[in-house]
Write a protein that binds this ligand. Sequence first.
Ligand SMILES: Cc1ncc(COP(=O)(O)O)c(C=O)c1O
Length: 382
Amino acid sequence: LSAAATTIASGGCRTAAVRRRGELLEIRRHCAARWGEELIDLSRSEPIAAWPGTSEPCDVWAMTRRYPPIAGLPAARAAVARAYAQQLGCELTEHDVVLVPGALAGITVALLALVDGGEVLVPVPCYPPSLAQVELAGAVPLAIDTEPTGWRLTPEAVERARGPRTRALLLSNPANPTGVVYTAGELRQLAAAAGPEVLLIADEVYGEFAYDGPAASLAGVLGRERDAWLVVRSASKTIGRPGLRVGALLGPRDLLAQVAAVAASFVGGVSVPAQLAFSAALPAVRGSDHMRPYRRRREQVLARLAAIGFEAHAPQGTYYVWAGGPPGMRLGTSAGVRELADRAGVIVAPGEHYCGSSRHLRISLSVRAAELAAGLDRLAAA
Ligand SMILES: Cc1ncc(COP(=O)(O)O)c(C=O)c1O
């Protein structure tokens, strides 16, 4: 085991993920009962807007009399390929796309199909289910702590952590919870440091959520240059509809064929109405500024957090702010968050859930501005 990376005890990630999710749900339930409409929840992950803005009813029953193709309806895959080819600046056809029931399922199926035992490198803090997903696929998650390098995964850290059993590197870009956005140059360097055999999986569900223009996509950066890469996108953030449960894997077609083969005995394709809604809605987000609601909120939150002694880290993407509390404040733990919520009626997401420190927390900007300001007042007074 390299000193640069930490393995988590076998099975530990799955049980920890279940326990932590349960703890946060319980905090929400308990505090909703106690605070009622006064409760301010800054821990949620849905975006503030949805595209398209109107809802078009469709005849769901008529679409559901046949099993859909495992990889998605050809017309829906082609429409998704066209939309992402344009948006990400790469060549994609329907054969370079597999539709999946959300990014979560997509990543898990991809890991099951393509990571045969071995180790998967995961920069932390990370999206909470990532480590459990690796375990589910029968591999060992190797967590690389990014705190010492300003929350960015570096090629040097990848080189130090990589070993003969490394099969994949799973990173989110833009990154949840830290808001880091990797440049095209950084993605190339990380790919080079991982080596040609290592599968790079870029979870780009926040791909449109970057403050300084579009985030570089692994699909545009590596495209045909490399055989071992996958990109994951999703309706949950891109069109603001997490209830649809649909997303897309983009990548080289022989890898996608292996993923579809596993999906055949696992998820069995994607709900047809969801496929059609996603593929029809993607063109509606072209040219839209996903960050518009968040820019002012970001500045306000950063200024306020600094004023109350938090070490706030300016996000380049996502709609979260990752911040370290003053010494002694343990808001990064479930117990600390529960105590704050109980006392002050404001819920934040604890850093430990993201494999971060017990000092850190994640604040969502995806709430009404007045609620955000009131939530910060309560945090300051706590
Ligand atoms: C980094 C990351 N990946 C994946 C997901 C889940 O995506 P989906 O709803 O498509 O399963 C989330 C949701 O918050 C996320 O933050």
